[in-house]
Design a protein around this ligand. Sequence first.
Ligand SMILES: CC(=O)SCCNC(=O)CCNC(=O)[C@H](O)C(C)(C)COP(=O)(O)OP(=O)(O)OC[C@H]1O[C@@H](n2cnc3c(N)ncnc32)[C@H](O)[C@@H]1OP(=O)(O)O
Ligand SMILES: O=C([O-])CC(=O)C(=O)O
Length: 386
Amino acid sequence: MAEPDIKKGLAGVYADTTEVSKVNPDTNSLLYRGYPVQELAATQPFEAVAYLLWHGDLPDEAQLAEFRAAERELRALPDNVKTVMDALPETAHPMDVVRTAVSIVGASDPGAEDASDDLDKAFRLFAVLPAIVSYEQRRRNGQPLVEPRDDLDYAANFLWMSFGEEADPLVVEAFNQSMILYAEHSFNASTFTARVVTSTLADLYSAVVAAIGALKGHLHGGANEAVMEVFGEVGSAEEADAWMQTALDEKRKIMGFGHRVYKNGDSRVPTMRAALERLVEHYDRPDMLEIYHALEQAMADRKPIKPNLDFPSGPAYALIGFDVPIFTPLFVAARVTGWTAHIIEQRANNALIRPLSAYSGPDERHVDGVDASALPQDTSTIEETE
Ligand SMILES: CC(=O)SCCNC(=O)CCNC(=O)[C@H](O)C(C)(C)COP(=O)(O)OP(=O)(O)OC[C@H]1O[C@@H](n2cnc3c(N)ncnc32)[C@H](O)[C@@H]1OP(=O)(O)O
Ligand SMILES: O=C([O-])CC(=O)C(=O)O
């Protein structure tokens, strides 16, 4: 038999088609249902982008108003989710808490197994995740739940529930943009995970819980947290060059740099970097931007590896006031829109996702003392018909 052609990490493999988004590394562009992501970030509230990802078109005014009203109805943290979150140690990683909370939402849905209303389930998760994530930001600091406000849009309400005070419009705008930029990115590891789980005909909640697990790792969504560890280790812009040299000498992967698909820069970075610049000015923290630029330069001087979205979003979330371990849960709240759009697409045209593996273990061998001929054999009596 010919040697199988193994694509380690499925690099360069087209696993299916998708209408949800297009990542084009040649032009450094990212389209959500055809719209360039930077245009969406510059003009749309996150709610409109969620609508776009699910429905295929941007909402008109009336559709957006209806969508927003429905989201406000489902914003509050359900009592049983709060009870379970409260039972978890404050030291638990927030991604584990969010994963558990989403499981509770799913297990509490009597129609969990009914795939005909996947869109309603997706909407419910989108609406409730800000309550889950913001409560976790507070719970781990020993602070009480803040109830949602009906008079605030998604992004402003998310920040209100997280910090118990109304955020400055500049901060709301930067946060809204980060949610849009994080919403969707074709067959990344977590979305592919969601599609694999869906392909077995499992329910939407199971697929989202699995996707949360995949997002947690530092090579994927967890990098936005790890970036802040890098900023902390570097300490100041003056130290960045020496730090980079040592880290690369030690063959470390520098968090927030590199990408499986983009090799000449991440399409979302210019928009998020501009948002970070505005936040740096707002909070008067030029040191953040100095470290950012010094690290970028130190990498460019050594390797042609560019920052990815996690590189500007990490310091942006830190400036807004989120604890570092909350950064990837924020990514969850955004990406649940993309994941669920893919889950719905996978289910509509399903094929079980089950690749092959080339066996590389020991040749066949036998347990001592076993008489293989005494074991049950395939002795089917079914007669095959022509
Ligand atoms: C939103 C997101 O999920 S974006 C991704 C977030 N993840 C990170 O920021 C983690 C850091 N980055 C990485 O580990 C990688 O760039 C990945 C995992 C994102 C992509 O990796 P791959 O596509 O598998 O690239 P691969 O690992 O083959 O890298 C190619 C070369 O660049 C090097 N390289 C890639 N990224 C980095 C990095 N961040 N730091 C140092 N070297 C790197 C690799 O060591 C490899 O070098 P080699 O050819 O000498 O062995
Ligand atoms: O596409 C990827 O591999 C990772 C990524 O940038 C994302 O999921 O946003």
